[in-house]
Design a protein around this ligand. Structure first.
Ligand SMILES: [Zn+2]
Length: 132
């Protein structure tokens, strides 16, 4: 599951930086490639750092496997996808560049949705078609 980060608790404990490793099921509606689906969970390594003004910088890596039909020849194939991501969380409303959070609790769901979308290729190719 996707963890949440309680900024107030972290501050109280003096834990101003840390990391999470977790898996979660990616939302299938992110996928826009015909005959392709996520195989298993997405894996995430996520690091955070809490600044003096409660701005929280996040960076990490997301990886997942796509399985389905090659976009060119329709043979069954699998593609491993991996990409780095980053984001900045601010108290209150985000402004499009940043993500907002309230009540000292950060939900990484929206960031991960964006990270997965950004990591997704426009098509999936089998070994043979990928070589050309
Ligand atoms: Zn192919």
């Amino acid at each position: 599951m996707i963890p949440t980060l309680n900024v107030a608790q972290c501050r109280a404990r003096g834990m101003l930086a840390g990391a999470f490793d977790f898996e979660y099921p990616p939302e299938s509606d992110l996928l826009d490639i015909p005959f392709v689906s996520f195989k298993g969970p997405a894996k995430v390594h996520l690091e955070y750092a809490i600044a003096e003004d409660d701005t929280v910088e996040v960076e990490g890596e997301i990886s997942f496997v796509l399985e389905g039909a090659c976009s060119r020849c329709l043979e069954p194939t699998e593609n491993a996808v991996s990409d780095r991501f980053s984001g900045v969380f601010v108290r209150g409303e985000g402004d499009g560049e940043t993500y907002g959070y309230r009540n000292f609790v950060i939900d990484f769901g929206e960031l991960l949705r964006d990270a997965a979308l950004f990591a997704l290729p426009s098509r999936v190719l089998c070994e043979h078609c990928g070589e050309e």
